[in-house]
Structures are given as C-alpha cells and as structure tokens.
Design a protein around this ligand. Structure first.
Ligand SMILES: [Zn+2]
Length: 334
C-alpha cells in the first residue's frame, strides 16, 4: 500500500474524517486495492503477477465495469476485481459502505450487533448481518500458536428453560448434569516478552463437541505447534493431549491451586470471560454453528488485551493499533 493511502487510513480519527475519506467510490476502490494487493496486483485464479486494467473498455454490448482487470498469463486471461474470491465476492453494495462498516466495527471495543450496524449504515439487518460475517471471515488468522500456550474450556449459553412438557435433563457423563450449553475451548498464546512495546499474545476459541479427548485433540492439533509449552488445568483430555507437547504443566484447580510460579491458565480464563461478556453484551445470542466466526472477531480484538502487562496506556495503544486497520484486516483475502 502506498504511504499516502496508509496515511489516509491512519489519520481517520473521527466520524467526520471517516465520512470525508470514504466519500468517493473510486477512492474507496483504490484504498481497498491497496489493502488487498499490498505487494502488487495478483490474479486470484492463478497467482500471476501481471494484469491489465480493462475498466471502461468496450466489451461489445457494454463497457467493462470499474475496477476490472484481466490476467496477462496466456492460458488464464481471468477477469477480476479487488473483491473477487474474497468474502466481498459479487457484492452489490458500494465499497464505501463496506469500508464504513469496517471502520465502525474496528472502532468499537467489544463489537457491534447487526441491528446497530444496520441502523448506522442505513442498510437492512440481514445485509448488516452478512457484512459482519464477511468481515469476521477476513480477520480469521491461520498461523499456528507457539511459545507458552494456555488451554482452557468453558460452556457458552444460558441455562435451559424449564418446561412442564420436557423431562428434567438428567445426568450425563460422570454423573454431571446434562447441559444444552455449547462447550468451547479457548487457546491463548502468552506474550513472549513482558517489556513494554513487545508484541502481544494471540487468542483463539473453537466450539468442540462434548469436550471429549478426540474433540480437544482436533482443536489443539490444528492451532498449536508441538514444540509449544502447554499450560492447562488437570482435566483428563488436557493431560492426555499434553503428552505430545514439548513441555506440559498443569495447575490443580480441584485442590484450589491456581498459580504455581509461571504455571497458570489465567490468560485463557481472561479470554473466556471476554468471550462471554462480548456475547452477553453485544450479540446477545449466537448460534453454535456460527460461533467460530464470532470467535475470530473476539480473538482479533483480544491481542490488544493481551499486550504485555503494565504497558502504559495499553487500551489507547490497542485502539490505535486497531485503527490503522489496513494491517490486520484483509490478511487472508488472497
Ligand atoms: Zn490468472
């Protein structure tokens, strides 16, 4: 992205700035192209690095639409725009609406419900809901977690309502009361260095089925490097998983042991609490099928909360980092 474009994005501090920056559709397209194709335009079909702009050219019956390019590779010739093969693919909305939605979502500390987003942007609630999900897909991060990684689990959702026609839930595994809540695993990478200014940690969460060993292995194996230093409580599934990692330390919650030197899962529990508060306070209800998408967003906001402790003005620093939004957003478009 050119320096001037980056400056345009970083300088947006108020609603007035945002309205001025995202006024012109052509300017919005250039901003988005700068974000998606930071290292130059590439063909989304074959990855070829040369293409020609054909916007406005006579295509027979009509003129090529704005922002259209054609791959220069002899056997590809794929025609694409900046939104092709991204979560914005085939959007009918103006790009300025997308950029405004991104800005609004990044401004908020905990997120925005689709109802609020719809009112603010002047679109319908289903449209705002789809915008939110597309943006959540964009902030999904795929690199593996490493270093010191804490895992913990929790249940999401309310207590099931009592109904005279429904039988009581009864007892499930190990005599525990059967629950209809969604089991979730939180995985948090601690910041490597606690000195101010060093990089923040990372956080993920995933819906697992029944907190069984197999489900837990699947969630951890796809997210954490085997050379990582794992921390967990003494849950059986975690103890079993821990054997395949370089180092595994547990704290024994049942005997009221929560911290033993550096061994604790407090960061993961902090993230759990954050997930619960965000869902209770912002989204009110999320369906278990789509929960992973919401976790991407909450995890994206979380590194700001995982900045090394005692960093002065860390909330402000985190907001600043989020505001220069070209960096993290749109990372996985191509
Ligand atoms: Zn191509």
């Amino acid at each position: 992205m050119s320096e001037t474009m980056l400056a345009t994005l970083s300088n947006i501090r108020t609603v007035d700035d945002m309205v001025a920056a995202f006024q012109d559709e052509e300017q919005c397209r250039r901003l988005l192209e700068g974000m998606v194709w930071r290292a130059g335009r590439i063909c989304p079909a074959c990855g070829y690095k040369r293409s020609t702009a054909i916007a406005g050219r006579d295509m027979g019956k009509r003129r090529a639409r704005p922002g259209l390019y054609q791959c220069s590779s002899g056997d590809c010739r794929f025609q694409f725009t900046v939104t092709t093969h991204t979560p914005l693919h085939a959007t009918k909305l103006p790009l300025r609406t997308w950029l405004k939605a991104m800005w609004l979502l990044l401004q908020s500390d905990k997120g925005l419900s689709s109802v609020r987003l719809a009112e603010t942007l002047g679109v319908s609630q289903p449209t705002a809901w789809r915008i939110g999900h597309a943006l959540r897909l964009m902030v999904a991060r795929e690199h593996m977690l490493d270093g010191t990684v804490e895992v913990d689990h929790f249940y999401l959702g309310g207590r099931p309502r009592k109904h005279p026609d429904n039988p009581p839930p009864g007892r499930g595994r190990k005599g525990q009361i059967k629950t209809e809540k969604t089991p979730v695993m939180a995985i948090v990478q601690r910041p490597a260095d606690l000195t101010p200014g060093s990089s923040a940690g990372d956080a993920r969460a995933a819906v697992v089925t029944g907190l069984s060993l197999r489900a837990a292995v699947r969630a951890v194996a796809t997210q954490v490097e085997l050379r990582a230093h794992l921390m967990s409580d003494e849950a059986k599934a975690f103890v079993a998983i821990g054997e395949s990692f370089a180092v595994h330390e547990t704290v024994n919650h049942s005997s009221r042991e929560y911290v033993r030197d550096a061994a604790h899962v407090n960061s993961a529990e902090g993230f759990n609490a954050r997930v619960r508060r965000t869902i209770a306070g912002v989204f009110h209800h999320i369906s278990p099928e789509l929960a992973d998408l919401y976790f991407h967003e909450i995890g994206f906001r979380c590194p700001s909360a995982l900045l090394p402790a005692k960093q002065c003005g860390k909330a402000e620093a985190a907001r600043k980092a989020r505001r220069s939004f070209g960096h993290e957003y749109l990372l996985h478009c191509n």
